[in-house]
Design a protein around this ligand. Structure first.
Ligand code: ADP
Length: 657
């Protein structure tokens, strides 16, 4: 339904409603008053007639009655008249025969009278209060009804004309409005189709004109925006083309192509920034490539060294293994996934029996290994019969770098050297030992010859013989102790660490060393606490360290001494903050300051060729390190002092072992 039709129908509906109400009110008011007037007039006419005929009724003058009725009926409105006496007898009547024939029924109101288009009413004929009959009268309502019908016709005609005018005006108004709307619609369609140059006709100053103006303004603004957008689009397209060139350069750079010249680096817009960033990217790609080459070279170098190298990241995962590590741990790695942690490596190694030296709870050992960062190097026994010296270092930002060196051959040759050195010591001690053994042997010889002489003389004194025999037994015991100790000392190291009492080792080494010093004017004093002190290691090798220190002290005293008696002193402080400390003092004049920091280097010696090997202190250093201890040297008044500190293993551990 069009807007125009809706306008016309809407206005017509309003008009119809208003007209209907007006006509209803008009008809009601008009019809009511006309009917009332007619009714009142009928009553008045009946009363006048009753008065007029009262005398004739009293006199029963029927002729007069008839003449009066006839006269009265000349009025067009009266339909009939009838006069009755008090008994109801008709004295005279006249008018419409049909009305007279019908039975009389008085109408109470105009509405009942409308049924037969006649007002039927009766009035009494009374004179001075006496009833002389009554008048029945019929008055036609045709004139009133005609009037009402006429009024209705006029009302309807006015309503029709009004509605027609309203319809015409509505149509004209609708046409006017829809005409403007038509232009608006056409304009909007044009805008929607992209024709922003189109202008909507603006007529007048009403809301539609304002709306049309708004549309025009909107189209103007859109046209401007479109022009701006088109311009920006062109700029973007131009930039896109430059960006594509730079992206192309980036692609070629990332493919590793050389000699790429990046354009537009001098521009001061985003393209310029991008171009300059691309140049930085090119440089960093070059740097990355160089770093990769460098990394490859490093990996190759790491792969070529004999030492095993493995790097674990901050989370404990292995991020680099060199070839030596992979070779040595082939069996363990074969059982591990591609990515593994140091803990998993140690656990799998233990499970496969690769760490035969581990005693006690393996988890404790693994935790101890993981916590070993930046601590002293440690020798680890590896199956079947290898020894690796491992160093674990924590590097900030990388993780744990673990290196392991196969020192099996080195340790074998060290042990051979120790053995050779011991044999040399034994050789050096031979004179002293011979002297030492000669004493008990001399005593035994003397005692036995005295006994023989006595028996030959026939003097058998059991107490005397018993005393001599006991003496011989004691001396034999002493000789066997010396031989026993030498046998122990001559034993080969077996590489098994176990707890031993430091105090006992010091006392027995002192006894042995004294035999060596016997022939020289050098005394060996011992000042150690009375309590035992347990350390972990191979006692025989530790004693060799002490003997080596004694030998060096002896050499220093012999070389630098003033000819007077020399002195060597064993002192010990047990249970100090660093564990148990052993000090070996001598009066040999001390160590030259210039060589103090070279003492423990292998093959460093100040002794003449053939006498010194320069290995004694370096081997001692390794031995003490293996016992998780430290050895150091310093000068004291009149000589040197070597200090060994070893961690305590506690009496409980030692007893358990
Ligand atoms: P060697 O005894 O075969 O020379 P060492 O390693 O035992 O080898 O000793 C290295 C050097 O340390 C010796 O040559 C000596 O110069 C010096 N040295 C060792 N102990 C002492 C000491 N008690 N007094 C002075 N110098 C010493």
């Amino acid at each position: 339904m069009s807007f125009r039709l809706k306008t016309v129908l809407g206005i017509a509906l309003i008009e119809l409603t208003v007209m209907g109400i007006l006509i209803g009110i008009n008809q009601f008011a008009l019809g009511g008053s006309a009917a009332d007037q007619l009714y009142q007039r009928a009553e008045a006419t009946a009363r006048v007639f009753a008065n007029a005929v009262s005398d004739a009724v009293i006199a029963t003058d029927l002729a007069t009655l008839d003449a009066t009725i006839e006269t009265a009926l000349s009025t067009e409105e009266l339909s009939y008249l009838r006069v009755r006496n008090p008994t109801g007898l008709v004295l005279s009547e006249g008018g419409d025969a049909l009305a007279l024939a019908a039975e009389f029924a008085a109408d109470a109101s105009f509405d009942t009278a409308r049924n037969d288009h006649r007002i039927d009413l009766d009035v009494p004929i009374t004179v001075e209060g006496l009833d002389y009959g009554r008048i029945e009268m019929g008055l036609s309502t045709a004139s009133v009804e005609r009037e009402i019908a006429m009024a209705l016709a006029w009302n309807l005609a006015v309503a029709f004309i009004g509605m027609s005018l309203v319809a015409i005006f509505g149509y004209v108004l609708g046409s006017y409005l829809t005409h403007q709307l038509h232009w608006l619609r056409e304009g909007a369609r044009g805008f929607a189709a992209g024709d922003l140059d189109r202008k909507i006709r603006v007529r007048g100053t009403d809301e539609l004109a304002e709306t049309a103006q708004c549309f025009n303004d909107m189209a103007n603004s859109l046209a401007q925006d479109r022009a701006t957008l088109a311009e920006q689009r062109n700029q973007l397209l131009a930039k896109k083309a430059r960006v594509e060139v730079i992206v192309n350069c980036m692609t070629m750079i990332s493919r590793g192509e050389d000699e790429i010249s990046v354009p537009d680096t001098d521009r001061d817009d985003e393209i310029g920034s991008m171009a300059r960033a691309t140049v930085i990217f090119q440089e960093s790609m070059r740097a990355t490539e160089e770093a990769q080459q460098e990394q490859k070279r490093l990996v190759t170098a790491f792969d070529q060294i004999a030492e095993q190298v493995v790097v674990f990241d901050e989370t404990g995962h292995a991020i680099f293994l060199n070839a030596a590590f992979r070779r040595f741990n082939r069996d363990i790695l074969a059982e591990l996934p591609h990515s593994f942690t140091q803990k998993e490596f140690l656990r799998m190694g233990y499970h496969l029996g690769a760490f035969p030296g581990v005693s006690g709870d393996p988890e404790d050992w693994i935790e101890a290994q993981l916590a070993r960062e930046n601590m002293a190097p440690e020798e680890i026994r590896r199956a079947p019969d290898r020894v690796t010296l491992t160093v674990q270092t924590y590097v900030d930002g990388i993780g744990v770098v673990l290196t392991a060196k196969d020192v099996t051959e080195l340790r074998i040759s060290e042990q051979q050297l120790i053995q050779a050195s011991k044999m040399a010591t034994l050789g050096e001690m031979a004179t002293g030992i011979a002297h030492e053994l000669n004493q008990p042997l001399g005593v035994i010889r003397m005692a036995s010859s005295n006994c023989v002489k006595r028996i030959q003389k026939g003097i058998v004194d059991p107490d005397y013989l018993m005393g001599k025999l006991q003496r011989m037994g004691e001396q034999t015991e002493r000789a066997s102790q010396i031989i026993n100790h030498m046998r122990v000392f001559g034993r080969k190291a077996v590489g098994v660490m176990e707890p031993f009492d430091l105090r006992e080792a010091l006392l027995e080494t002192a006894t042995l060393a004294r035999t060596q010093l016997k022939t020289l004017d050098i005394s060996l004093k011992v000042a150690v606490p009375e309590t035992p002190a347990y350390v972990m290691g191979e006692r025989v090798i530790f004693e060799q360290v002490l003997l080596n220190l004694v030998s060096n002290a002896r050499d220093a005293i012999e070389e630098h001494g003033d000819g007077g008696p020399g002195e060597i002193r064993f002192e010990a402080d047990f249970d100090g903050p660093d564990g148990h400390a052993v000090h070996v003092y001598d009066s040999g004049g001390g160590i030259p300051e210039t060589v103090l920091d070279k003492l423990f280097e292998p093959f460093f010696t100040t002794k003449e060729p053939g006498k010194g090997t320069g290995l004694g202190l370096s081997i001692s250093f390794g031995t003490i390190r293996d016992m998780s201890g430290r050895i150091s040297a310093r000068n004291v008044e009149g000589g040197a002092c070597f200090t060994i500190t070893l961690p305590d293993v506690g009496a409980a551990v030692s007893e358990a072992s």
